[in-house]
Structures are given as structure tokens and as C-alpha cells.
Ligand binder design. Structure first.
Ligand code: TMP
Ligand code: ASP
Length: 236
């Protein structure tokens, strides 16, 4: 299986076709953006870390019975994944108020939500990924009712799997973003990445932010935070 032409370049990753029609290769970049691309920068070593962190968590999720696009890591920055058509919905899962939820609802960051919150955003950079609900998803034909039920069910299950696992590593999972895709036979599987770019991770004891908020908010020690997450996941 060899990499052939590039099929997509996003803000943090490139995607390549391969000689196997069912397999893509994802390459993680060090580029970082925030606020829909308004803030740009690089986080040294981020691509390597996000590749390893994502693959570690994808394997954990797969081992717990949820299908993912993960196939195998092929280099520091590259991973072979199952080819999917991305469903253009970002699923946000929230356990504790932070970020845009805190702003929108006036809930101080760190407020525990008494039940898990699911939000959907329409993946469209030009529109700034607006928040949508089940009715918009149905009306726009972004996913069928059955697919959406499965996506919601998987998202809650992934949250339980990740929360339990990370708790033991003294990492509090505040919130995170998931993307799902459909394989050529229509199966819905987890795709994209799960990394400090797409999750809020707070140290359980100190509350220290160990994620991309350090970049978004200019808190400093961005690289150290990413390294720390990798170190805890690898048990070093
Ligand atoms: P938010 O509080 O800014 O809505 O972010 C919620 C979670 O989703 C947070 O863990 C960061 C993640 N996220 C992404 O992965 N991509 C995005 O484009 C945005 C806005 C958030
Ligand atoms: N990466 C996203 C962007 O630039 C947003 C974020 O993660 O804050 O739009």
C-alpha cells in the first residue's frame, strides 16, 4: 500500500489516496489555527503528538466495540485509515462548562453539567461552523434519523470510555469534538482525530489546561502541554 495523490488539505492534516482504494493516509501537520482560521501559528512537534495520541485513543475506542477509521500508524506523522466520506457535522460532547458554552449560557468555566450535553455544528468554514440541531440535520439531509441516532449513541459511549480512561491518568475530560464518516458500504464509523487540538483536558488536581486553549488564549507552554498529554497516555 503506497501513498498516491493528495485528496484534501485541512488546517491541521493532509489526506492522501493510496494504491488501496479503501485506504487513505492522514498526515498530521504542526500548523495550528483558532477562531475559524483567524489566528494562525505552529506548535512544534504537534503533528507527531496528535498522530500518536489519536491512534492510542482510537484503539481504546475500537477495543470497546465502536468502529473507527484507524488501520495502522505508518510513521511519526502518518496513519493509514479507512476511506470514508465525512458526514459534515461536528459533534461536541460536554461534561463541564467551558469555551463557547460558558460564553453562550453565562456559566463560569469549570461548572459541572448535571448531565452530558451534545451539540452539533454544521461543518462549513465559510459559515463559521454554525450550531445546528437534529431538525436542521434532517431538513438538510446531512444524516438520516437512524444515522444520527447511531452517532449520538456512539458519542455518549465514547465519552464514557474516554472519561474513565483519562480519570486514571489524572486528566479531566471537559469537552471534545468528534467527526464521523461513512465507508463505501454506508457503515458509520468514527473518523478524524482525538487530540489536544480537539479536546479540553484539564489536570484533575491542579486544573491546569493541557490542550489547545493554551494556544487559543496565549497561555504559554503550549508544546509542554501536548507533551504532557502524550507522556501520561504512554505511561512514561
Ligand atoms: P468550543 O467551546 O469552542 O465550542 O469547543 C468545544 C470543544 O470542541 C473543545 O474541546 C474544542 C473542540 N473544537 C474543535 O475541535 N474544533 C473546533 O473548530 C471548535 C470550535 C472546537
Ligand atoms: N481549529 C479551528 C479553527 O481554526 C478552531 C479551534 O480549534 O479553535 O477554526
Amino acid at each position: 500500500m503506497d501513498r498516491t495523490n493528495q485528496v484534501y488539505e485541512g488546517k491541521a492534516k493532509k489526506v492522501f489516496a493510496t494504491t488501496d482504494p479503501e485506504i487513505y493516509v492522514v498526515e498530521y501537520k504542526d500548523d495550528a489555527t483558532a477562531f475559524n482560521g483567524l489566528k494562525k501559528g505552529t506548535i512544534a512537534g504537534k503533528g507527531v503528538i496528535n498522530n500518536r495520541v489519536t491512534n492510542h485513543l482510537m484503539r481504546l475506542i475500537e477495543d470497546n466495540g465502536i468502529p473507527t477509521h484507524y488501520v495502522r500508524q505508518i510513521s511519526d506523522r502518518e496513519t493509514a485509515v479507512r476511506k470514508v466520506k465525512i458526514i459534515p457535522i461536528e459533534v461536541i460532547v460536554r461534561n463541564i462548562a467551558a469555551g463557547s458554552l460558558s460564553k453562550r449560557l453565562g456559566l463560569p468555566e469549570g461548572t459541572k453539567l448535571s448531565s452530558t450535553v451534545l451539540e452539533y455544528c454544521y461543518k462549513d468554514d465559510e459559515l463559521g461552523d454554525p450550531m445546528i440541531n437534529e431538525y436542521h440535520i434532517k431538513a438538510m439531509g446531512l444524516a438520516s434519523e437512524e444515522e444520527l441516532r447511531l452517532i449520538a449513541d456512539y458519542s455518549f459511549r465514547i465519552n464514557r470510555i474516554l472519561c474513565g480512561y483519562l480519570q486514571d491518568l489524572k486528566i479531566e475530560l471537559i469537552d471534545f469534538k468528534l467527526e464521523f464518516g461513512k465507508t463505501s458500504d454506508g457503515t458509520v464509523i468514527l473518523a478524524d482525530e482525538i487530540s489536544p487540538d480537539t479536546c479540553r483536558f484539564w489536570d484533575t488536581e491542579t486544573g491546569e489546561k493541557l490542550d489547545k486553549d493554551r494556544f487559543r488564549r496565549d497561555l504559554g507552554h503550549v508544546e509542554d502541554a501536548y507533551q504532557e498529554i502524550l507522556r501520561r497516555l504512554m505511561g512514561a
